[in-house]
Design a binder for this molecule. Sequence first.
Ligand code: CP
Ligand code: NVA
Length: 326
Amino acid sequence: SSPRHLMSISDLTSGEFSALVRNAALRKQAVKAAQAPTSLTTALTGQTVAMMFSKRSTRTRVSTEAAVTMLGGHPMFLGKDDIQLGVNESLYDTSVVISSMTSCMVARVGPHSDVANLAKHSSVPVINALSDDFHPLQTIADFLTISEAFPSSGTGLGLNGLKVAWIGDSNNVLFDLATGCVKMGVDIAVASPKGYGIPDSMRQLITSAAQGVDSPGKLSETTVPEEAIQGADVLVTDTWISMGQESEKKKRLDAFSGYQITSELAKRGGAKDGWKFMHCLPRHAEEVADEVFYSPRSLVFPEAENRLWAAVSALEGLVVNKGRIQ
Ligand code: CP
Ligand code: NVA
């Protein structure tokens, strides 16, 4: 039977998504308390995880390599100049060959179809490490971060009723974050300039995440940052110029002027008193001012660290437990 892959958050039921977040939290607590069970530290002994990255990465690379190491396996990093893929060999051939020798492929690509095609032909689980459309590992880390900042009193993540405001580009990071919000009962308001909003097909995918969820989060869209910020608990942004869009830099900087997250904007928009700031990183000053980015409201560094625990959780769910995520 074909293995289960992680292409985007929409591949997961809300129960599975919250299990990945919860397991990430449990692993984080156990390892920090020096109580990691042997079942964790030997889970991938003797196994190799191939990491095929056609774009730069700091967090995704380091967190994945560290996670595989923590599980006792060997992370094999294959950068775009290291293997034949794309230049001298097809995705199909590469996928069949690499999956015949490894336990998992973690791939960072441009077009989403590249990682989808790798998955289609792979005999082992494939994890999307960022494509032009999705970034599921980031979303798992982001929900771990939100659940730490807004702890619930009951069981479960208990995030129902929170509001996230995304101010900036409608991109890969947003699409999975929004899907996660819908599944977790967190409202998400998106403010993007005209022409940089959520494409129709993506909006459909995000809103369809509400199916089967008791009280799903709601997605709303505007071009006015203040409107999105009204009553928000968490303000989030990302770069305005994603990898692959470098040639649009000038045009984008113009289009996004006025979208920088500042304390003044948060105040004007009416964010909740205890509002927090998140950003997947890498960050540029144009999208968020230093006064916010380096303030006590900022969760960016715990959010980055949480990439490690998200990677551990995803590898356990997909590879160790063969897609039985619970
Ligand atoms: N947030 C994130 O994916 O960062 P990297 O591009 O450094 O991996
Ligand atoms: N949206 C950014 C995220 C980088 C982690 C990009 O795709 O470049």
